[in-house]
Design a protein around this ligand. Structure first.
Ligand code: SF4
Length: 522
C-alpha cells in the first residue's frame, strides 16, 4: 500500500512511536513536532501551498520566545476562523480554538479580556479576517488590545474553490471573476495602521527568516500587532493568474514553488516605509509585479486593558467620594402614611429644568421619604429651547408600570406644554402652571384643580431665573403632599449647584407658601 493511502493510526504504528495518554503523539523526528498535534497529521493543505511555511515560521518564533524570553507556551492561545488557514488551530499543540467564520477576533478579544495573562494570537486567512470578519478587524485595530493578528493572505477564498475575496488584486482572475476582478483590494497593512494598530508588518513566505523574526517582535509587542503573510495558493489562485505562467499547468506540485520564485523576484524589502506605501502592484492583467514588505509601524501607545484599569482606578476613587457623600446624607424617617399611585407630568421647554425638576421629585420620594418612584424623560428634537417633558410616578407599593397611565397632576411651564399635556390629565386632577408664561385656554377644563404662580418672574426677582422650576416644585409639593416638604428640600440640596442652593431654597419656600395658602383658599 502506498504511504499516502495509510491512515493516521497506521502511520503512527509504522513510525514505531506510541500514542501518549492524551492520545496524541510526538515522533521526535522533527524539532517542531512538540508543538504539532501529530495525530492530526498529515495536514490537508495542497502541495505547493505556502501555509506550511507560514506555520513553521510561527512555531519557530514561539520556540525562540520560549527559549530566549522564558515564555510559557501554556500561556499562549491560538484562535483561528474558517478556511485553509483556520486549520492551524487544529494542528498546533497549544490551547487553540477553531471558531466560526469571521469571528476569530471577537473570540480572541473575549479570551484576552477574561484572562489577561494569556498571549492570544489570531492565526487566520484574509477572507476570514478582512472579509467576513472585516468589521471586527477594523475595530480591533483601534483598541490596541494586546493581541497579535497573523493574517495569511492567499488572495482568494481558497478552501471553497478560489472565489474572489477582499484581497484579490484588481484585474486578477478568480473562479468568480473570470474576466478579471473589478473590485479593488484592501491594502491590509494600511487598513490596520489607519485603524490605529501599533505594530504592522508584511512578509511573503519566501522571506521566512525575516518573517520569523517579525513574528517574534509582533508577539512581544505590548499592544495590537498585525502581520500579513503572503502565501502562494498553488491550487486555486495560482491556477488562474499570470504570475504562475510559464508553468506546466499539469505540474500542480511545482506551481507553488514557481510562485515563491516569483515573490522572491518581485518582493521589495523596505525599511521605515509608510503603511500607505505598502502596496501590492499589479499589471493590466492583474499579475502581481511588486510586493512591498517590511515592518511599517512599530510604536508604543496606551494598551486597552491598561487604559481600562487606569479608568477603573479613577472611577473607584470617585465612587468612594460619592459613597461618602451618600452615607453622610441626613436620613429622614420613612413616611408612615400611604401614598396611592400619584402620576406627575412636567412640561415646558428645554433650559427650564423640567427634567431636573422631575428627578428632584423622584429622588425626594425614593431616597428621603422611602417610597417607590419611577422617572422618565422626553425631549423635543433640540434640547435647549425645544419641548421638554418628564414624568414621575410615586407610590407606597411597588411600581409595576414605570410610565404614566393617566397623570393625576401636572406642572406646566410653557403654553406649548399646556396645550399638549393638559388634555391627558385625569378627571379632577391637579394642574400647576407658571401663570406668567401660560394663559389658560377659553375652554380650559373646569374639572381640574388649577393653581397658578408667576414662577419665572419670582425667580428673576430672587436673582436667578433658573430657579423658576423650584418655585413650581414648592407649589406642587404643598398642594399634592405626595412627597414631604423635608424630603423635597433635601433632594433639592443634592441636585442644584451649591452656590445656587440658597436662592433655590428661597424659591421653593415661596412656591410652597403660595401652595399652602391656595389650598386654604386664601
Ligand atoms: S486551496 Fe490554496 S491556500 Fe488552501 S491549502 Fe490549497 S493551496 Fe493552500
Amino acid at each position: 500500500m502506498a504511504e499516502d493511502q495509510l491512515s493516521n493510526n497506521e502511520m503512527v504504528a509504522l513510525s514505531g512511536h506510541e500514542r501518549t495518554e492524551q492520545g496524541d503523539w510526538v515522533t521526535g523526528l522533527h524539532p517542531m513536532d512538540v508543538l504539532l498535534r501529530g495525530e492530526r497529521l498529515p495536514h490537508i493543505w495542497c502541495q505547493g501551498c505556502g501555509l506550511g511555511t507560514a506555520l513553521t515560521t510561527f512555531i519557530g518564533a514561539l520556540q525562540w520566545l520560549e527559549k530566549n524570553q522564558d515564555w510559557n507556551l501554556d500561556k499562549v492561545a491560538v484562535v483561528s476562523g474558517i478556511g485553509c488557514t483556520g486549520r492551524v488551530a487544529g494542528y498546533l499543540r497549544l490551547d487553540s480554538f477553531h471558531t466560526t467564520h469571521g469571528r476569530a477576533i471577537p473570540f480572541a478579544t473575549g479570551l484576552k479580556l477574561a484572562n489577561p495573562e494569556l498571549k492570544v494570537v489570531v492565526f487566520s486567512g484574509d477572507g476570514d479576517i478582512a472579509g467576513i470578519g472585516g468589521n471586527h478587524f477594523i475595530h480591533a485595530t483601534r483598541r490596541n488590545l494586546d493581541i497579535s493578528i497573523i493574517c495569511v493572505n492567499n488572495f482568494n477564498y481558497g478552501m471553497t474553490g478560489g472565489q474572489a475575496g477582499p484581497t484579490t488584486p484588481h484585474g486578477a482572475r478568480a473562479v468568480t471573476t473570470q474576466y478579471g476582478n473589478f473590485e479593488h483590494p484592501f491594502n491590509l497593512p494600511y487598513l490596520a495602521a489607519a485603524g490605529g494598530a501599533s505594530f504592522v508588518a508584511r512578509w511573503t513566505v519566501i522571506h521566512a527568516r525575516r518573517l520569523e523574526w517579525t513574528l517574534r517582535r509582533a508577539m512581544m509587542h505590548p499592544g495590537f500587532s498585525f502581520v500579513e503573510i503572503i502565501v502562494p495558493c498553488s491550487t486555486a489562485y495560482a491556477r488562474w493568474n499570470p504570475e504562475g505562467k510559464g508553468l506546466d499547468p499539469e505540474k500542480l506540485g511545482r506551481r507553488g514553488l514557481e510562485v515563491m520564485k516569483h515573490y522572491q523576484q518581485i518582493g521589495k524589502i523596505t525599511k521605515d516605509t509608510h503603511p500607505k506605501d505598502a502596496s501590492i502592484r499589479v499589471d493590466q492583467q492583474g499579475a502581481i509585479t511588486e510586493i512591498v514588505e517590511g515592518i511599517f509601524t512599530d510604536e508604543t501607545k496606551p494598551e486597552f486593558l491598561d487604559s481600562i484599569h487606569r479608568q477603573a482606578q479613577v472611577a473607584k476613587k470617585r465612587w468612594a467620594a460619592i459613597k461618602k457623600a451618600l452615607d453622610e446624607r441626613p436620613r429622614l424617617s420613612k413616611r408612615s402614611d400611604r401614598i396611592s399611585r400619584t402620576e406627575v407630568q412636567l412640561g415646558g421647554f428645554g433650559g427650564q429644568g423640567i427634567v431636573s425638576a422631575g428627578r428632584i421629585i423622584g429622588q425626594a420620594a425614593t431616597i428621603y421619604d422611602r417610597l417607590e418612584a419611577s422617572f422618565t424623560q422626553s425631549y423635543g428634537p433640540e434640547a435647549r429651547g425645544g419641548a421638554a417633558g418628564s414624568q414621575v410616578v410615586i407610590d407606597s407599593d411597588p411600581i409595576h408600570h414605570p410610565h404614566l397611565i393617566e397623570p393625576t397632576s401636572a406642572i406646566m411651564m410653557s403654553q406649548e406644554a399646556y396645550t399638549k399635556y393638559v388634555p391627558m390629565v385625569a378627571n379632577g386632577g391637579t394642574l400647576c402652571i407658571d401663570d406668567g408664561l401660560v394663559t389658560l385656554a377659553e375652554d380650559h377644563r373646569q374639572d381640574l384643580k388649577t393653581y397658578g404662580i408667576p414662577a419665572t418672574r419670582i425667580a428673576e426677582e430672587l436673582g436667578n431665573v433658573r430657579a423658576a422650576n423650584t418655585v413650581m416644585l414648592g407649589l406642587w409639593a404643598a398642594i399634592m403632599e405626595a412627597v414631604s416638604k423635608a424630603a423635597m428640600r433635601q433632594s433639592l440640596a443634592d441636585s442644584v449647584p451649591p452656590k445656587t442652593l440658597e436662592v433655590n431654597r428661597k424659591a421653593f419656600d415661596v412656591g410652597y407658601e403660595k401652595g399652602v395658602k391656595s389650598k386654604r383658599g386664601n
